[in-house]
Design a binder for this molecule. Structure first.
Ligand code: FES
Length: 121
């Protein structure tokens, strides 16, 4: 049996178990340049921190990833639990996703490239 106490403690410290929504954003290098990806990630971190301080929708978790396998028109992102996939997330478009979807709960139709709600466990 693996010893997982440290990981369990860190997961608790990170708030796992209390999140309502989770956004994964790809930072490239194939859907966008690493510079574009890093800029999007830095913007997302600040925006989500601000939302987590005031959102009535509850806490949001954000994760950067190396590839979501779309690999074009990035930065690409996916928001769960809705499973809303976005592309074209330059600074202005990412701000729309943060404000309209993460904050207000309204998917940004013109930026959606796919939808894949996952069944609840
Ligand atoms: S590199 Fe971003 S989706 Fe593949």
């Amino acid at each position: 049996m693996p010893e997982l106490d440290d990981a369990r403690a860190e997961a608790i410290r990170r708030g796992v178990g209390s999140y309502d929504r989770h956004i994964f954003i790809c930072t490239g290098p194939d859907c966008c340049t690493p510079e574009q990806g890093d800029a999007a990630w830095q913007q997302l971190k600040k925006s989500v921190a601000a939302l987590n301080g005031s959102s009535e929708r509850g806490r949001i978790y954000r994760t950067k990833v190396g590839c979501l396998r779309v690999c074009r028109d990035g930065p690409v992102a996916v928001v769960y639990p809705e499973g809303t996939w976005y592309a074209g997330l330059d600074a202005a478009n990412l701000a729309r996703v943060v404000d309209e979807d993460l904050r207000d709960g309204h998917p940004v139709a013109d930026l959606i490239i796919g939808e894949n709600r996952l069944p609840r466990a």
